[in-house]
Design a protein around this ligand. Structure first.
Ligand code: CDP
Ligand code: MG
Length: 753
């Protein structure tokens, strides 16, 4: 049957045909009968040119300014053996020959753009080279931004090791909820979002002599805003330099944006990569991935495999599948099987470090990674890349303001980056799990995040810096309409007044590393006497939204365990229950989490998050103590749910049919997500997340009263604000027909810009 994409034979002889539904992707222990068919890559493609044809000959006889027995200028001690070992590796990086050029050009210019292939040593070497000169200038330090937390941490660890200093001394990192720097620090790796938040208290970035924006090609919102702001800072500060580094970005566009900045271009060190496509498309890329990996392991010569997947769940499933089916299966050049490792941001750092280490003898290393391995993290020794061609991307629809993470095809630029990961140590092979036609039809570049996002916090940040978000100098300006909508939301939240100025409340909101909705929830809690409870809930929602573990083979036990925490009127309260119990069992938390099907790591990060949020709330002059006197259970539940309503009233939904709700802001008909424990069938509820898969669901919901919604924002809840008759009618019932105040307000706001 030519329509069949797979033919799999199970151990007991059953033949599975055709593409399986994605819910049935586990097929461990089944023997794969047919192999995927690959077509060879054709020489003439632009792709190959982009990857470079010739292996570069390495020079091993480079000058060494750092002979043995020298003292480390930072510590005054002799360099360690490890230092010299790492130095040998550093000398082999393409950037090594360009050290003088980098110092010279940066010395002569205030803006510099540096472009080089991934793995050429930009992230680890350039800040290091520059820190020797600019890291102590006028007592100011250098910051190097990363779009991903995991990269900021691992790179800082690596660079501290390379410089032979203790992490947190001369070299440190700073990410949300974690600061590993000190007064000695001359080079700080941090996330772009963190640096952006620093600008609220220090708009001229006066602590820094230089900022290096790394991975600019990722075009995160924070990177885009930082570029716009730092461009301004360069004009205003004599003693400040900006270096922008990127793997693939259209350098010319950046150079132009930064007033015709000079370009340093680091030629890559790349071996040829053979690219194979599938002859026919597959429907289930996870299954195809496992097949491809098995095939490579059995048939291809020694060399490690890097696989790109989406998110923790997919990766964990695939790790298990591969371990079960291949662990001790000898492959070509690897007598004792495979060593399978996951790589995603929420892994603890010792697990992350493992991907950089050699596998046990005679085992083939297989790394299953998220997009983080595309450019941010370079793993040596990869010879084979398996690329299903998807990435999780934030998708935002400005019309109905729905923002969701969706698995979507990557851009051609990403596909080229991914395949390049195979050619770093020697010639490699990339297996693209799609057809050559499909490659041709990919969009050229990934769309900048700012054009795909909810801009509320961004716009609030820009307003606290007194920047006009409608006229901000973006590399790619977002549509003015979405900026206007963000301004409106901020008005309803009380962060801006009608003239568009940031209110005192808005200032406080902007200090939190949270969406404005959640910040307002936090700020509402102290007056209601439930600061501690709401701090925990917000921490859980923002740091551990998926703390429940539900293994497929123990689904029933897991559901039972979850039920013990459930509050029937609110999933937010369920999260609070989990948090409270977790804190009580803190000393034996590992065991306790395991027994209760909870993700301990997620809860740990929630605990950290709560600490930081609590500190910030205190700093804003709020009391973080809860008032327990006078509260019975319901009194407390009501106070907490009122606080949630105060911030999240725009995420409200009203029952329109039995068990079906209508979201107020975008009129989407939704059901409660199956994971919700709310059983009270409320008329009104608040939801944390709108998930659109095959159906639309709302997730993490809380029963609220219509009157609380009105109290939270009387300007927002007017019947004529809502185009949907059902919503409008329900709101009219609450307000008793209040009319038109909203349109007048919006006109004011619009005129202000
Ligand atoms: O930034 P770019 O992609 O140009 O390269 P890089 O991240 O500076 O990586 C340069 C080298 O450092 C690569 O060979 C990495 O494998 C190595 N590295 C490492 O071994 N451990 C880390 N934590 C980070 C980088
Ligand atoms: Mg890099």
């Amino acid at each position: 049957n030519s329509g069949d994409r797979y033919q799999l034979k199970t151990e007991d002889g059953e033949v599975l045909r055709g593409s399986q539904s994605s819910s049935d992707r586990r097929f461990s222990n089944r023997v794969i009968e047919t192999k995927p068919r690959w077509s060879r890559f054709n020489d003439s493609s632009k792709d190959r040119a982009a990857l470079g044809e010739e292996p570069l000959v390495l020079r091993k006889d480079l000058d060494v300014a750092d002979g043995k027995g020298e003292r480390n200028p930072h510590t005054g001690r002799n360099f360690s053996r490890n230092y010299y070992q790492l130095l040998e590796l550093r000398k082999k990086l393409p950037i090594y020959n360009h050290r003088d050029e980098v110092l010279k050009i940066v010395g002569e210019n205030k803006f510099v753009v540096l472009v080089g292939d991934t793995g050429s040593g930009k992230t680890t070497q350039v800040p290091q080279i520059l820190s020797m000169k600019y890291g102590k200038e006028n007592n100011k330090l250098i910051a190097c931004t990363q779009p991903r937390r995991i990269a900021a941490v691992t790179v800082a660890q690596r660079v501290a090791e390379e410089m032979d200093v203790r992490l947190g001394d001369e070299v440190g990192y700073s990410i949300r909820y974690e600061d590993e720097t000190s007064s000695r620090t001359i080079l700080k790796y941090c996330t772009d979002g963190l640096l952006l938040r620093e600008s609220v208290t220090d708009p001229l970035f006066s602590k820094y002599s230089m900022i290096i924006i790394d991975e600019a090609h990722e075009r995160t919102i924070s990177t885009d805003i930082l570029m716009g702001m730092l461009k301004q800072v360069v004009f205003e500060r004599e003693d400040f330099r900006l270096v922008v580094m990127s793997a693939t970005l259209d350098a010319e566009k950046l150079q132009k944006y930064f007033n015709n900045a000079p370009l340093i271009s680091i030629p890559g060190r790349m071996f040829p990569v053979d690219i194979k496509y599938l002859e026919e498309p597959v429907e289930d890329y996870l299954r195809a991935t496992i097949e491809a990996v098995s095939q490579i392991h059995r048939e291809e010569a020694a060399g490690d495999i890097l696989v790109f997947l989406n998110g923790e769940d997919e990766i964990s499933t695939a790790v298990k599948d591969l371990e079960e089916s291949l662990r001790n299966v000898p492959g070509e050049g690897h007598a004792s099987g495979v060593h399978v490792l996951p790589l995603f941001s929420s892994l603890p750092s010792n697990a992350i470090q493992k991907v950089f280490q050699d596998p046990p003898p005679n085992k083939r290393k297989i790394v299953l990674a998220t997009n983080v391995a595309e450019t941010s993290i370079t793993i040596d020794g990869i010879v084979y890349v398996v690329d299903p061609g998807f990435a999780k991307q934030k998708v935002y629809n400005p019309r109905n303001r729905v923002e969701s993470l969706q698995v979507a095809p990557v851009s051609a630029a990403s596909a080229v980056q991914r395949s390049g990961r195979a050619g770093r140590t020697r010639a490699g092979i990339t297996y693209r799990l799609y057809t050559e036609d499909a490659f041709e039809s990919l969009t050229a570049m990934t769309y900048p995040e700012i054009l795909r996002s909810n801009l509320n916090s961004v716009v609030l940040q820009l307003r606290t810096l007194s920047m006009n978000p409608v006229q901000f100098d973006f590399l790619d300006p977002p549509p003015p309409e979405t900026v206007m909508r963000a301004l409106e939301c901020l008005l309803y939240l009380g962060a801006l007044d009608q003239t568009g100025q940031v209110t005192k409340f808005g200032k406080a909101m902007s200090v939190f590393p949270l969406d404005p909705e959640l910040s307002r929830t936090l700020l509402a809690a102290p007056d209601l006497g439930v600061a501690q409870e709401v701090l925990a809930i917000v921490a859980m929602v923002s740091a551990a939204p998926n703390c429940f573990v539900r293994p497929l083979n123990k689904a029933r036990e897991a559901d039972q365990a979850k039920r013990r925490f459930e509050a029937e009127e609110s999933d937010h309260l369920t999260l609070l229950n989990v948090y409270t119990e977790y804190m009580i069992h803190n000393s034996s938390s590992q065991q306790w989490c395991w027994e209760n099907f909870l993700n301990e790591r997620a809860l740990q990060s929630a605990a950290k998050a709560k600490e930081q949020l609590e500190r910030l709330l205190e700093q804003q002059g709020y009391s973080t103590k809860s008032k327990r006197i006078g509260f019975d259970y319901y009194g407390q539940s009501i106070a907490i749910r009122k606080a949630i309503t105060q911030g999240n009233f725009m995420f409200s939904a009203v029952e329109c049919k039995r068990a079906t709700y209508l979201t107020t802001k975008d009129n989407v008909e939704v059901k409660l997500h199956p994971s919700s424990g709310v059983r009270t069938r409320p008329t009104w509820l608040i939801y944390n997340e709108l998930v659109i898969t095959t159906k639309a669901f709302i997730r993490t919901v809380t029963q609220v009263e219509g009157s609380w919604l009105l109290e939270s924002s009387p300007n927002y809840f007017t019947p004529d604000h809502f185009t949907n008759d059902v919503v409008s009618y329900e709101i009219a019932k609450l307000t008793g027909e209040r009319k038109k105040s909203r349109s007048a307000m919006n006109t004011n706001l619009r005129q202000a810009y």
